[in-house]
Design a protein around this ligand. Structure first.
Ligand SMILES: *Cc1c(COP(=O)(O)O)cnc(C)c1O
Length: 400
């Protein structure tokens, strides 16, 4: 492995596992469940943690290590652990530090399964929670209890794309000695590095922009050596290991993360600017549009505005549905952060189990459409959205 660079791109490309005797240029896939000990003393030392090295791929594997090493450099953390999915990362990033009687403080607009863990799984083990609203920062401090251990946030939020002030939340966490965890999936380390603002632990669904091509599921937890030791203990014994093949894909994907993010963000900004002028669109949310309520904050903590754009076509749930059915090129699928542009309608899919009030509390209006802007030519993305908006105009409106 070469010396670390001060540049994102170089670290993402030039961090590599030690070359084998075959002198390969690109890292091979270490498809092996276990690793051979030199002798009895070597085995003993490895198990006693006196020597570093691979034992068994549930614990570690060279491909996953390469992925982790790169992510540590990109996020600015000491250590990390690669896991089988984003949800394994979200779960272990909290569960590794919590016990019965503890309390979690979290922002209300969370990824759906993270919400399920906090509201359905943790209560079975006596772990309670309070949700706080992004637009009511004053309420956060009053929600802190004596038994609060963790502050868990996502920014930008999904799908409303609201922004939490990472530095402000970091100060709050520090003041109350909370473990400050940030799900940095939407931004990726190319756009924002929460550790810089005081985060103790950073989590990712690597399934999204990190893979970036819709090929695999994966996750990662990053943080201080001491924090990751706790997560590693839990992961090693409960088993959500990332397969070497997926670790290899994700490490390779990082080589192009910077140029992909530049393009995702460029396409997303152009799409947002286009939608903002559209007469059939009631509002557009994009962090780097000056009309975004937290534009200045987004500019402060993010390099670019991200790959997601949310907007509402006039006409509520039915119009939203008709719009999706009319799309021709853009994919209708439950993913984001892909080379292919993806549209979702949260009110009838991912957030359909919430009441109208609960949806509005996290910024999901009935006709809200979320676009994960891909890497196709921007003219083709806009053309498909334009024809779908036209095709979904209610018949009464055409006649009238
Ligand atoms: C997708 C996603 C997750 C879950 O990740 P998986 O890889 O699907 O398990 C968690 N948080 C956010 C913000 C996500 O978008």
């Amino acid at each position: 492995m070469q010396d670390n660079s001060e540049h994102f791109e170089t670290n993402a490309i030039r961090t590599q596992v030690t070359r084998s005797g075959e002198r390969e240029h690109s890292a091979p896939i270490y498809a092996t469940s276990s690793f051979v000990f030199n002798d009895a003393e070597h085995a003993r030392a490895l198990f006693a943690n006196e020597q570093e090295g691979n034992i068994y791929s549930r614990y570690s594997n060279p491909n996953n290590d390469e992925f982790v090493q790169k992510m540590c450099l990109l996020e600015g953390t000491e250590d990390g652990i690669a896991l089988a999915s984003g949800m394994a990362a979200m779960f272990l990033s909290m569960a590794s530090f919590l016990k019965a009687g503890d309390h979690v403080l979290a922002c209300r607009s969370l990824f759906g399964s993270t919400h399920q863990i906090i509201t359905q799984v943790f209560p079975r083990w006596g772990i309670s929670h309070t949700y706080v609203d992004i637009d009511k920062p004053d309420s956060w401090e009053t929600a802190v209890q004596d038994n609060t251990k963790v502050l868990f946030i996502e920014t930008p939020s999904n799908p409303a794309l609201d922004i939490i002030d990472l530095e402000w939340a970091g100060k709050l966490a520090k003041k109350h000695e909370l473990l400050y965890i940030v799900d940095n999936c939407f931004a990726t380390p190319y756009l924002q590095t929460p550790v810089q603002f005081g985060a103790d632990v950073v989590t990712h669904s690597a399934t999204k922009f990190i893979d970036g091509q819709g090929r695999t599921i994966g996750g990662i937890v990053l943080g201080t050596k001491a924090a990751i030791e706790e997560v590693r203990f839990m992961a090693r014994h409960t088993g959500p290991a990332l397969s070497p093949f997926n670790g290899w894909i994700l490490s390779k994907s990082l080589e192009t993360l910077s140029i992909r993010m530049e393009k995702h963000c460029d396409n997303a900004l152009k799409l947002a600017q286009y939608l903002e002028k559209h007469e059939e669109v009631s509002f557009v949310k994009y962090p780097f549009l000056p009309s975004h309520p937290q534009y200045d904050l987004a500019k402060k903590q993010m390099r670019l505005g991200g790959g997601l754009v949310s907007f509402e076509v006039k006409g509520g749930v039915n119009r939203g549905r008709d719009f999706l059915n009319a799309l021709q090129m853009i994919s209708f699928t439950a993913n984001l952060g892909d080379t292919r542009t993806i549209a979702t309608h949260p009110a009838s899919t991912t957030h359909s189990k919430l009441s109208d009030e609960e949806r509005m509390a996290v910024g999901i209006s009935p006709g809200l459409i979320r676009i994960s802007t891909g890497l196709e030519h921007i003219d083709d993305i806009i053309a498909d959205i334009e024809q779908a908006i036209r095709a979904s105009v209610p018949a009464t409106q055409i006649q009238g």
